[in-house]
Ligand binder design. Sequence first.
Ligand SMILES: CC(C)(COP(=O)(O)OP(=O)(O)OC[C@H]1O[C@@H](n2cnc3c(N)ncnc32)[C@H](O)[C@@H]1OP(=O)(O)O)[C@@H](O)C(=O)NCCC(=O)NCCS
Length: 153
Amino acid sequence: MSDVPKILKCHQQNFEPYLCAIQIKCCMGEFPDLAFVLESTAKEIHGYILGEMRIKKKQEYGVLTSLAVNKQFREKGYGTKLCNSLFNALVQNYKANMVTVYTSITNELALQFYKNLNFENEGIESEYFSDMKDAYVLKRNLSNFVVTEGVGN
Ligand SMILES: CC(C)(COP(=O)(O)OP(=O)(O)OC[C@H]1O[C@@H](n2cnc3c(N)ncnc32)[C@H](O)[C@@H]1OP(=O)(O)O)[C@@H](O)C(=O)NCCC(=O)NCCS
């Protein structure tokens, strides 16, 4: 929980912010085992991933709530490692067989990133974000996910 201000800062540096400190606290409070950070030896946070479990029509599934890596640390594999850490925890702790991420339809980089991680585009959810932007609904099957290297939480 002491990381919340640093995670918020990283979020604000990498997005038109759609999360506030209270939302990050709620997510981490409910699912502390689904939050991972990329931290330097100086205890600075250069990336994070937050996840949660949701239920729809009696079906439980994982959600990748938010992910960011600071610009100077991108394209070094950290985003992938953060995702793998979350997927490991979803499978091991919650036996999740599906993970969903909602990404802005204007975020082409993220769309490509998630496609490379075997997410499939299931369509558009209108006005998903707080600024009323539409989101692609991307899903990845975790039933065959093999536990891999990640980063610590
Ligand atoms: C999306 C994001 C988390 C990726 O983080 P990253 O640490 O750069 O990701 P990785 O280094 O693990 O990249 C994995 C793959 O994504 C693709 N990718 C990443 N950055 C890319 C870029 N700038 N252009 C094209 N492809 C890119 C590549 O295919 C890469 O695979 P490769 O290294 O084998 O070529 C990062 O760009 C980011 O924080 N963006 C801003 C916030 C955001 O959009 N978050 C996601 C929406 S929730």
